[in-house]
Ligand binder design. Structure first.
Ligand SMILES: O=P(O)(O)OC[C@H]1O[C@H](OP(=O)(O)OP(=O)(O)O)[C@H](O)[C@@H]1O
Ligand code: HPA
Ligand SMILES: [Mg+2]
Length: 167
């Protein structure tokens, strides 16, 4: 669906935009495991202001193509986010349930600011609205894999975005 070249080009643009928007500040990236790790690493490399990074593990899809609706926190952040400029990094926003659950939880820890950044967004599937500051690509309603996105834990390592065909 999206070639390796196009993904990497877009991530470089996003990194430049974020560096400009947060000029003079430090940015604290929160990557949501596991899907966003590939994107978060590429993005961090393209940000030219000081960057720190932390990880949180939540999962609602398990091995299926549909969100269970239950957002399970398997690992919390290592560091407090009080007074930090926080950017939550996701690989995809689909129903919106994951971020809808996470955003108020993180905001209650009083960061200086908190915005969302996602490589992909699937607007046709949205069940709850979440305000997203940075979106790499809007994609149609197909189950996508690659660049961190899995189907039953596989295909995360593809360097491009593809579509998982129905069996
Ligand atoms: O907008 P939503 O419908 O909530 O879907 C988006 C979330 O689902 C995926 O995670 P998943 O639960 O599959 O965990 P994973 O990152 O470990 O694959 C993806 O990485 C997002 O975190
Ligand atoms: O399209 C998708 N692909 C992989 N994981 C996902 N999690 C939510 N939507 C998707
Ligand atoms: Mg997944």
């Amino acid at each position: 669906m999206i070639s390796e070249e196009d993904v990497n080009k877009r991530i470089a643009e996003m990194g430049a935009q974020i560096s400009e928007d947060y000029a003079g500040k430090e940015i604290h990236l929160i990557a949501i495991l596991k899907g966003s790790v590939f994107f978060a690493c590429e993005l961090a490399k393209r940000i030219t202001i000081p960057v720190t990074i932390d990880f949180m593990s939540v999962s609602s899809y398990g091995n299926s193509r549909e969100s269970s609706g239950i957002v399970k926190i398997a690992k919390d952040l290592d560091e407090p986010i009080l007074d930090k400029e926080v950017l939550v990094v996701e690989d995809i926003i689909d129903s919106g349930k994951t971020l809808n659950h996470l955003k108020p939880m993180l905001e209650s820890r009083n960061p200086a600011s908190l915005h969302l950044c996602t490589l992909l967004s699937k607007p046709d599937r949205r069940e709850v609205e979440v305000p997203v500051r940075y979106i790499g690509f809007e994609v149609p309603d197909e189950f996508v894999v690659g660049y961190g996105l899995d189907y039953a834990q596989k295909y995360r390592n593809l360097p491009y975005i593809g579509v998982a065909e129905e069996e």
